[in-house]
Design a protein around this ligand. Structure first.
Ligand code: TXA
Ligand code: MG
Length: 332
Protein backbone atom coordinates (compact mmCIF):
# COMPACT_ATOMS: atom_id res chain seq x y z
CA UNK A 1 0.00 0.00 0.00
CA UNK A 2 1.28 3.47 -0.86
CA UNK A 3 1.15 6.02 1.97
CA UNK A 4 0.33 9.59 0.92
CA UNK A 5 0.72 12.77 2.93
CA UNK A 6 -1.89 15.47 2.17
CA UNK A 7 -2.38 19.00 3.48
CA UNK A 8 -5.78 19.40 5.16
CA UNK A 9 -8.34 20.82 2.70
CA UNK A 10 -11.78 19.97 1.30
CA UNK A 11 -10.37 17.37 -1.06
CA UNK A 12 -8.16 15.54 1.43
CA UNK A 13 -10.93 15.63 4.06
CA UNK A 14 -13.29 13.92 1.58
CA UNK A 15 -10.70 11.21 1.04
CA UNK A 16 -10.04 10.90 4.79
CA UNK A 17 -13.77 10.58 5.51
CA UNK A 18 -14.12 7.79 2.92
CA UNK A 19 -11.28 5.83 4.49
CA UNK A 20 -12.68 6.24 8.00
CA UNK A 21 -16.19 5.24 6.87
CA UNK A 22 -14.71 2.15 5.22
CA UNK A 23 -12.88 1.03 8.39
CA UNK A 24 -9.43 2.02 7.09
CA UNK A 25 -7.17 3.73 9.65
CA UNK A 26 -5.31 6.94 8.72
CA UNK A 27 -2.78 9.28 10.34
CA UNK A 28 -3.90 12.72 11.63
CA UNK A 29 -2.37 15.57 13.63
CA UNK A 30 -3.28 16.77 17.13
CA UNK A 31 -1.65 19.44 19.30
CA UNK A 32 0.15 16.73 21.33
CA UNK A 33 1.35 13.97 18.96
CA UNK A 34 0.04 12.47 15.69
CA UNK A 35 -2.72 9.89 16.02
CA UNK A 36 -3.87 6.80 14.11
CA UNK A 37 -7.59 7.35 13.48
CA UNK A 38 -10.40 4.79 13.19
CA UNK A 39 -14.19 4.88 13.51
CA UNK A 40 -14.80 4.16 17.20
CA UNK A 41 -18.17 2.50 16.44
CA UNK A 42 -16.60 -0.15 14.18
CA UNK A 43 -15.08 -3.33 15.65
CA UNK A 44 -13.23 -3.98 12.42
CA UNK A 45 -11.68 -0.48 12.29
CA UNK A 46 -10.69 -0.44 15.96
CA UNK A 47 -9.13 -3.90 15.77
CA UNK A 48 -7.04 -2.80 12.80
CA UNK A 49 -5.36 -0.18 15.02
CA UNK A 50 -3.96 -2.85 17.34
CA UNK A 51 -2.81 -4.87 14.34
CA UNK A 52 -1.09 -1.95 12.59
CA UNK A 53 0.75 -0.77 15.72
CA UNK A 54 1.48 -4.18 17.19
CA UNK A 55 -0.28 -2.85 20.30
CA UNK A 56 -1.08 -5.16 23.26
CA UNK A 57 -4.80 -5.97 23.15
CA UNK A 58 -5.38 -4.92 26.78
CA UNK A 59 -4.27 -1.30 26.34
CA UNK A 60 -7.40 0.83 25.76
CA UNK A 61 -7.72 3.67 23.27
CA UNK A 62 -8.75 7.31 23.60
CA UNK A 63 -11.81 8.47 21.65
CA UNK A 64 -11.46 11.89 19.98
CA UNK A 65 -14.47 14.12 19.31
CA UNK A 66 -14.99 17.62 17.88
CA UNK A 67 -15.80 20.48 20.22
CA UNK A 68 -19.56 20.52 19.53
CA UNK A 69 -20.01 16.78 20.07
CA UNK A 70 -22.41 15.93 22.90
CA UNK A 71 -20.38 13.66 25.21
CA UNK A 72 -23.63 12.44 26.84
CA UNK A 73 -24.08 10.23 23.80
CA UNK A 74 -21.09 8.14 24.90
CA UNK A 75 -20.53 8.55 28.65
CA UNK A 76 -22.15 9.25 32.03
CA UNK A 77 -20.94 12.67 33.16
CA UNK A 78 -21.45 12.42 36.91
CA UNK A 79 -19.01 14.65 38.77
CA UNK A 80 -19.74 18.41 38.98
CA UNK A 81 -16.02 19.28 38.78
CA UNK A 82 -15.77 17.58 35.35
CA UNK A 83 -17.83 20.35 33.76
CA UNK A 84 -15.53 22.99 35.28
CA UNK A 85 -12.49 21.18 33.89
CA UNK A 86 -14.01 20.95 30.41
CA UNK A 87 -14.87 24.65 30.45
CA UNK A 88 -11.36 25.58 31.53
CA UNK A 89 -9.16 23.20 29.52
CA UNK A 90 -11.08 21.92 26.47
CA UNK A 91 -10.44 21.84 23.60
CA UNK A 92 -6.91 20.96 24.70
CA UNK A 93 -4.46 18.24 25.80
CA UNK A 94 -6.63 16.77 28.56
CA UNK A 95 -8.24 13.33 28.18
CA UNK A 96 -11.03 12.58 30.65
CA UNK A 97 -12.02 9.04 31.65
CA UNK A 98 -15.77 8.61 32.31
CA UNK A 99 -18.11 5.72 32.99
CA UNK A 100 -18.96 4.40 29.49
CA UNK A 101 -22.44 3.97 28.03
CA UNK A 102 -21.07 1.09 25.95
CA UNK A 103 -21.94 2.74 22.62
CA UNK A 104 -18.53 2.45 20.96
CA UNK A 105 -16.81 -0.79 19.94
CA UNK A 106 -15.85 -2.93 22.97
CA UNK A 107 -12.33 -3.09 21.51
CA UNK A 108 -11.84 0.62 22.34
CA UNK A 109 -11.78 0.11 26.11
CA UNK A 110 -10.63 -3.55 26.10
CA UNK A 111 -13.45 -4.66 28.36
CA UNK A 112 -13.11 -2.01 31.09
CA UNK A 113 -16.23 -0.04 31.97
CA UNK A 114 -14.81 3.41 31.37
CA UNK A 115 -14.17 5.43 28.22
CA UNK A 116 -11.40 7.98 27.69
CA UNK A 117 -12.60 11.07 25.75
CA UNK A 118 -10.48 13.82 24.28
CA UNK A 119 -11.29 17.09 22.44
CA UNK A 120 -8.07 18.18 20.71
CA UNK A 121 -7.41 21.88 20.07
CA UNK A 122 -5.34 21.53 16.86
CA UNK A 123 -7.23 23.45 14.18
CA UNK A 124 -6.70 20.90 11.38
CA UNK A 125 -7.66 18.12 13.76
CA UNK A 126 -10.91 19.87 14.68
CA UNK A 127 -11.68 20.27 10.96
CA UNK A 128 -11.08 16.55 10.41
CA UNK A 129 -13.23 15.49 13.40
CA UNK A 130 -16.04 17.84 12.40
CA UNK A 131 -15.93 16.74 8.75
CA UNK A 132 -15.98 13.02 9.56
CA UNK A 133 -18.48 13.61 12.38
CA UNK A 134 -17.80 10.26 14.04
CA UNK A 135 -16.05 9.55 17.36
CA UNK A 136 -12.49 8.64 16.42
CA UNK A 137 -10.54 6.02 18.38
CA UNK A 138 -6.86 6.86 18.12
CA UNK A 139 -3.58 5.97 19.78
CA UNK A 140 -0.34 7.74 18.93
CA UNK A 141 0.60 6.90 15.31
CA UNK A 142 3.80 4.96 16.02
CA UNK A 143 4.72 1.30 16.10
CA UNK A 144 4.06 0.13 19.67
CA UNK A 145 6.90 1.05 22.10
CA UNK A 146 8.65 3.44 19.68
CA UNK A 147 8.83 7.22 20.25
CA UNK A 148 5.51 8.97 19.56
CA UNK A 149 5.43 10.97 16.28
CA UNK A 150 5.36 14.77 16.31
CA UNK A 151 5.68 15.31 12.53
CA UNK A 152 4.00 13.64 9.55
CA UNK A 153 7.48 12.39 8.60
CA UNK A 154 7.74 10.49 11.89
CA UNK A 155 4.38 8.81 11.18
CA UNK A 156 5.57 7.96 7.68
CA UNK A 157 8.79 6.36 8.99
CA UNK A 158 6.86 4.01 11.29
CA UNK A 159 3.66 3.30 9.34
CA UNK A 160 4.53 3.62 5.63
CA UNK A 161 2.92 0.81 3.66
CA UNK A 162 0.50 0.12 6.53
CA UNK A 163 -1.87 3.10 6.13
CA UNK A 164 -2.97 4.92 2.94
CA UNK A 165 -3.07 8.52 4.22
CA UNK A 166 -1.49 10.92 6.69
CA UNK A 167 -3.09 14.35 7.12
CA UNK A 168 -0.37 17.01 7.38
CA UNK A 169 -0.66 19.25 10.43
CA UNK A 170 2.87 20.59 10.89
CA UNK A 171 5.01 19.90 13.96
CA UNK A 172 2.89 19.19 17.05
CA UNK A 173 3.34 22.10 19.46
CA UNK A 174 2.52 20.25 22.70
CA UNK A 175 5.00 17.48 22.01
CA UNK A 176 3.97 14.91 24.65
CA UNK A 177 0.70 12.97 24.92
CA UNK A 178 -2.36 14.40 26.67
CA UNK A 179 -2.89 14.22 30.41
CA UNK A 180 -5.19 11.24 31.16
CA UNK A 181 -7.53 12.08 34.05
CA UNK A 182 -9.99 9.73 35.75
CA UNK A 183 -13.14 11.76 36.50
CA UNK A 184 -15.32 8.90 37.76
CA UNK A 185 -14.66 9.54 41.47
CA UNK A 186 -15.17 12.37 43.96
CA UNK A 187 -11.59 13.55 43.39
CA UNK A 188 -10.02 13.55 39.90
CA UNK A 189 -6.99 11.28 39.50
CA UNK A 190 -4.17 11.83 36.98
CA UNK A 191 -3.44 8.45 35.34
CA UNK A 192 -0.88 9.87 32.88
CA UNK A 193 0.82 13.25 33.39
CA UNK A 194 0.92 15.74 30.55
CA UNK A 195 0.66 19.40 29.62
CA UNK A 196 -2.37 20.00 31.84
CA UNK A 197 -0.63 19.40 35.15
CA UNK A 198 -2.04 18.01 38.39
CA UNK A 199 -1.58 21.47 39.91
CA UNK A 200 -3.61 23.13 37.13
CA UNK A 201 -6.41 20.57 37.56
CA UNK A 202 -6.43 20.97 41.36
CA UNK A 203 -6.77 24.75 40.99
CA UNK A 204 -10.07 24.23 39.15
CA UNK A 205 -11.44 21.02 40.74
CA UNK A 206 -10.33 21.86 44.31
CA UNK A 207 -8.18 18.73 44.58
CA UNK A 208 -6.41 16.24 42.32
CA UNK A 209 -4.48 13.06 43.00
CA UNK A 210 -1.61 11.56 41.06
CA UNK A 211 -2.03 7.84 40.54
CA UNK A 212 0.98 5.79 41.53
CA UNK A 213 0.55 2.05 40.87
CA UNK A 214 1.22 -0.02 44.00
CA UNK A 215 3.08 -3.28 43.49
CA UNK A 216 0.68 -6.16 42.85
CA UNK A 217 -2.27 -3.85 42.09
CA UNK A 218 -4.15 -4.11 38.79
CA UNK A 219 -2.95 -1.10 36.81
CA UNK A 220 -5.73 1.49 36.32
CA UNK A 221 -4.35 2.84 33.06
CA UNK A 222 -3.03 -0.26 31.31
CA UNK A 223 -0.68 1.75 29.08
CA UNK A 224 1.40 2.55 32.15
CA UNK A 225 2.78 -0.95 32.51
CA UNK A 226 4.39 -1.13 29.08
CA UNK A 227 7.84 0.00 27.96
CA UNK A 228 7.32 3.08 25.84
CA UNK A 229 8.68 5.92 23.81
CA UNK A 230 11.99 4.17 23.19
CA UNK A 231 14.44 5.34 20.52
CA UNK A 232 16.12 2.69 18.35
CA UNK A 233 19.63 3.45 19.64
CA UNK A 234 21.06 2.73 23.12
CA UNK A 235 20.13 5.12 25.90
CA UNK A 236 21.17 6.14 29.38
CA UNK A 237 19.86 8.70 31.89
CA UNK A 238 21.58 10.54 34.74
CA UNK A 239 20.60 13.10 37.37
CA UNK A 240 21.75 16.71 37.09
CA UNK A 241 24.33 16.11 39.86
CA UNK A 242 25.99 13.36 37.76
CA UNK A 243 27.30 15.48 34.86
CA UNK A 244 30.81 14.02 35.33
CA UNK A 245 29.35 10.55 34.82
CA UNK A 246 27.63 11.80 31.64
CA UNK A 247 30.99 13.04 30.32
CA UNK A 248 32.69 9.79 31.30
CA UNK A 249 30.17 7.60 29.41
CA UNK A 250 30.29 10.02 26.47
CA UNK A 251 34.09 9.70 26.24
CA UNK A 252 33.97 5.91 26.57
CA UNK A 253 31.69 5.75 23.55
CA UNK A 254 33.64 8.33 21.59
CA UNK A 255 37.01 6.61 22.13
CA UNK A 256 35.57 3.29 21.01
CA UNK A 257 34.60 4.90 17.69
CA UNK A 258 30.89 5.32 18.49
CA UNK A 259 28.71 8.43 18.17
CA UNK A 260 27.29 9.60 21.51
CA UNK A 261 24.77 12.47 21.94
CA UNK A 262 23.79 14.23 25.14
CA UNK A 263 20.11 15.17 25.57
CA UNK A 264 19.71 18.01 28.08
CA UNK A 265 18.06 21.31 28.95
CA UNK A 266 19.54 24.54 27.66
CA UNK A 267 21.16 25.39 31.04
CA UNK A 268 23.57 22.42 30.72
CA UNK A 269 24.63 23.09 27.13
CA UNK A 270 27.53 25.39 28.09
CA UNK A 271 28.92 22.58 30.33
CA UNK A 272 28.95 20.35 27.26
CA UNK A 273 30.57 22.79 24.82
CA UNK A 274 32.32 20.74 22.09
CA UNK A 275 30.14 17.69 22.73
CA UNK A 276 27.30 16.46 20.48
CA UNK A 277 24.24 17.91 22.19
CA UNK A 278 20.47 17.71 21.63
CA UNK A 279 19.13 20.86 23.29
CA UNK A 280 15.69 20.48 24.92
CA UNK A 281 15.22 24.22 25.53
CA UNK A 282 14.45 26.30 28.60
CA UNK A 283 10.90 26.22 29.98
CA UNK A 284 8.99 23.03 30.84
CA UNK A 285 6.63 23.68 27.91
CA UNK A 286 9.60 24.07 25.54
CA UNK A 287 11.18 20.88 26.85
CA UNK A 288 7.90 18.97 26.38
CA UNK A 289 7.52 20.38 22.88
CA UNK A 290 11.06 19.37 21.91
CA UNK A 291 11.39 16.01 23.70
CA UNK A 292 10.18 13.51 21.08
CA UNK A 293 11.45 15.67 18.22
CA UNK A 294 14.99 15.58 19.66
CA UNK A 295 14.74 11.84 20.43
CA UNK A 296 13.80 11.24 16.79
CA UNK A 297 16.73 13.41 15.64
CA UNK A 298 19.02 11.61 18.06
CA UNK A 299 18.15 8.05 17.08
CA UNK A 300 18.88 8.90 13.43
CA UNK A 301 22.52 9.85 14.16
CA UNK A 302 23.57 8.51 17.57
CA UNK A 303 24.82 5.16 18.84
CA UNK A 304 23.79 6.25 22.33
CA UNK A 305 21.65 9.08 23.71
CA UNK A 306 22.74 10.08 27.22
CA UNK A 307 19.97 12.11 28.89
CA UNK A 308 20.23 14.52 31.82
CA UNK A 309 17.07 14.40 33.95
CA UNK A 310 15.57 17.86 34.64
CA UNK A 311 15.81 18.93 38.30
CA UNK A 312 12.36 20.49 38.34
CA UNK A 313 9.86 17.70 39.08
CA UNK A 314 6.49 19.46 39.41
CA UNK A 315 3.92 20.87 36.97
CA UNK A 316 4.48 20.04 33.30
CA UNK A 317 7.90 18.55 34.14
CA UNK A 318 6.15 15.61 35.87
CA UNK A 319 4.94 14.43 32.45
CA UNK A 320 8.25 15.22 30.74
CA UNK A 321 10.24 13.17 33.27
CA UNK A 322 7.76 10.30 33.05
CA UNK A 323 8.32 10.09 29.25
CA UNK A 324 12.05 10.78 29.38
CA UNK A 325 12.75 8.13 32.02
CA UNK A 326 10.76 5.52 30.07
CA UNK A 327 12.49 6.44 26.81
CA UNK A 328 16.01 6.49 28.23
CA UNK A 329 16.06 3.81 30.93
CA UNK A 330 19.70 3.00 31.77
CA UNK A 331 20.97 0.04 29.80
CA UNK A 332 24.71 0.10 30.42
O1 TXA B 1 -2.26 13.04 23.23
C1 TXA B 1 -2.75 11.92 23.19
O2 TXA B 1 -3.43 11.44 24.12
C2 TXA B 1 -2.52 11.08 21.92
C3 TXA B 1 -3.18 11.77 20.73
C4 TXA B 1 -3.12 10.98 19.47
O3 TXA B 1 -4.48 12.11 21.07
N1 TXA B 1 -2.98 9.75 22.07
C5 TXA B 1 -2.35 8.84 22.86
O4 TXA B 1 -2.92 7.58 22.82
O5 TXA B 1 -1.39 9.09 23.52
P1 TXA B 1 -2.19 6.27 23.36
O6 TXA B 1 -3.04 5.15 22.90
O7 TXA B 1 -0.80 6.26 22.91
O8 TXA B 1 -2.33 6.38 24.91
C6 TXA B 1 -3.59 6.25 25.54
C7 TXA B 1 -3.44 6.15 27.05
C8 TXA B 1 -2.88 4.80 27.47
O9 TXA B 1 -1.99 4.98 28.55
C9 TXA B 1 -4.15 4.05 27.92
O10 TXA B 1 -3.88 3.04 28.85
C10 TXA B 1 -4.96 5.19 28.52
O11 TXA B 1 -4.72 6.29 27.66
N2 TXA B 1 -6.40 4.91 28.49
C11 TXA B 1 -7.22 4.82 27.43
N3 TXA B 1 -8.48 4.49 27.80
C12 TXA B 1 -8.46 4.38 29.14
C13 TXA B 1 -9.45 4.09 30.12
N4 TXA B 1 -10.71 3.83 29.79
N5 TXA B 1 -9.05 4.07 31.42
C14 TXA B 1 -7.78 4.34 31.76
N6 TXA B 1 -6.79 4.64 30.88
C15 TXA B 1 -7.13 4.66 29.59
MG1 MG C 1 1.21 5.90 22.57
Amino acid sequence: METQIFEINEQSLEIAKKYVENDIAIGFPTETVYGLAANAYSDEAVRSIYRIKGRPSDNPLIVHVHKDFDINELVYDEQPYAKLLREKFLPGPLTMVYKSKGKVSPFVSCGIETLALRVPSHEGCQKFLKFVNLPIAAPSANISKHISPVTSGHVFEDLKGLIPLILEGGKCQGGIESTVLDVTGKIPVVLRSGLISREMIASVAGDCELYVPKSGEVVRSPGLKYKHYAPKCKTAIFKANQLDKVKEIYREYKYSGKIPYILCEDIYCSTFAGYNVLNLGKTAEEVASNLYFRLHQGEAVADIIIAVEPEEKTGVMTGVINRLSKACANEN
